[in-house]
Design a protein around this ligand. Structure first.
Ligand SMILES: Nc1ncnc2c1ncn2[C@@H]1O[C@H](COP(=O)(O)OP(=O)(O)OP(=O)(O)O)[C@@H](O)[C@H]1O
Length: 301
């Protein structure tokens, strides 16, 4: 049985649906990503999972519980890092960690957690005096301190420097490997690609696609991107007739082709036949970035 089950979720603000029939199921022990453009309905969805918002229609079950009706029970095993949070400005990092530990029956040791999040030097600093990234790290610690079975992380690494971001990814992988289920809202494709076992792409309040990162890349944007600047103009119809082609873009004399290995081979033959040299030739695997743009563009058109 999935540990989180969202079925036909709908949430309307002022007559406009922010979430419109979203369904997905999260298996225990996976990192499940929610990806989508600004205003797509991601935060609204996860806040319904956390019991912070009441759905207008549909059902949400977290470990069999209704997050709104059973909120007290839910908070015992669900940790949450909200997109925007505040603490009392005078509270020190240490006080916050001790206070939150006291809320849970079997909290984690806060010292190693603080160490992992680079907060040891800041234990005596007041919340108001922390930098944005340090506040973010504290909120991650507070989401994990109760030793939750499920953790919801909204914009996990926004505002973190590259090193802190990578350290946080490793920490979240370890959290997952210890059996915790992670529901992650993110804007960072690299983060989603590295961390998530599966991803729901949400666009305009609906699920546009749900798959593994590899699956999304394969079905949305082809596997491979080849780009080059030809020594002389190429016939557009020849390009559009390439096998297994997903898309062709021409910009400032540079050609970018999305397709498969077969497409790449056909491009090379085409260039050879026409005795055209390809300058600055690059062949790369498509990324989740490509898939995201492709999937969300398709929704808009
Ligand atoms: N309390 C509210 N009252 C009215 N409208 C709201 C409220 N909260 C969210 N919305 C609207 O609902 C839509 C979805 O918002 P939501 O915060 O869920 O999006 P999101 O995908 O998390 O966006 P972002 O990536 O920008 O954080 C937006 O159009 C937003 O303006």
């Amino acid at each position: 049985m999935p540990i989180i089950e969202v079925t036909g979720l709908r949430k309307v603000y002022g007559g406009r649906p922010a979430v419109d029939g979203v369904s997905f199921a999260v298996e225990e022990g996976e990192i499940f990503g929610i990806l989508g453009p600004n205003g797509a309905g991601k935060t609204t969805t996860v806040e319904c999972v956390e019991g912070l918002r009441v759905p207008d229609a549909g059902t949400v079950r977290v470990n069999g519980l209704d997050p709104v009706a059973d909120r007290d029970e839910l908070t015992r095993f669900l940790g949450a890092q909200l997109q925007e949070s505040q603490l009392q400005g005078k509270l020190t990092v240490r006080e916050a960690l001790e206070l939150y530990s006291a809320f849970y029956p079997s909290p984690l040791e806060w010292r190693p957690l603080a160490e992992r999040l680079g907060l040891t030097e800041k234990l005596r600093t007041r919340f108001a005096d922390l930098s944005g990234g340090q506040k973010q790290r504290l909120f991650i610690a507070l989401a994990l301190i109760g030793g939750p079975r499920i953790v919801v992380l909204d914009e996990l690494t926004t505002g973190l420097d590259p090193r802190a971001r990578r350290d946080t990814w490793t920490l979240i992988e370890e959290v997952r490997d210890s059996g915790v289920t992670v529901l992650l809202v993110t804007h960072f494709m690299e983060e989603a690609q590295r961390l998530c076992d599966r991803i729901a792409v949400i666009d305009s309040g609906r699920v546009a696609a749900l798959d593994t990162p590899g699956g999304l890349i394969r079905r949305a944007a082809g596997n491979t991107v080849i780009s080059f600047t030809p020594s002389q103009a190429l016939d557009r119809t020849d390009l559009e007739g390439l096998p297994e082609l997903d898309s062709v873009h021409l910009q400032s004399g540079r050609i970018t082709i999305n397709g498969t290995d077969t497409t790449v081979n056909a491009v090379i033959s085409l260039l050879a036949r026409n005795q055209i040299t390809a300058h600055q030739l690059r062949v790369v695997d498509a990324t989740l970035d490509d898939a995201f743009l492709d999937l969300t563009e398709k929704q808009e058109s």
